[in-house]
Ligand binder design. Structure first.
Ligand SMILES: [Ca+2]
Ligand SMILES: [Ca+2]
Length: 136
């Protein structure tokens, strides 16, 4: 699920989300947006998450953690409550939380486990933050 303004955020107006909602879309564009990686691929030692099942749509998470207990904050306008698939190419377990700051309901992805569709594990469009652990 993705609102139309999310598409625009992904293509160059990341810092202008509030302005987009306020209706002044194309006058505030000073922030450089990061390039959107190709959907469906994930580099070794990275955790990647997408808005659609089957590793499709916008890729909102592309994280290379370096230890346990590290938190990745999914962006409020860039992925919160949208994640529907994940590839964990790290040796860490990845706790996926329903709230910011590694809070709320959680689901644990094992090391190197792919989640093709979060609907199948009851956590679709829920993720707002992540944390590495040594094991589930
Ligand atoms: Ca989704
Ligand atoms: Ca978040």
């Amino acid at each position: 699920m993705s609102a139309p303004w999310n598409r625009r955020v992904s293509t160059g107006f990341a810092a202008a989300g509030a302005a987009i909602l306020a209706g002044t879309v194309f006058t505030v564009g000073t922030a450089a947006a990061e390039p959107v990686p190709e959907a469906g691929t994930c580099d070794a030692d990275h955790v990647c998450m997408w808005e659609d099942a089957g590793y499709g749509g916008d890729k909102w998470v592309n994280w290379q953690p370096s230890g346990t207990g590290q938190i990745f904050e999914i962006g409020g306008w860039n992925g919160d409550n949208e994640i529907s698939s994940a590839l964990n190419r790290t040796g860490y377990a990845i706790m996926v939380y329903a709230d910011d700051g590694a809070q709320g309901d959680a689901f644990c992805i094992h090391a190197y486990q792919p989640i093709q569709n979060f609907q199948e594990v009851g956590f679709n469009d829920e993720a707002e933050s992540l944390m590495t652990k040594s094991a589930c």
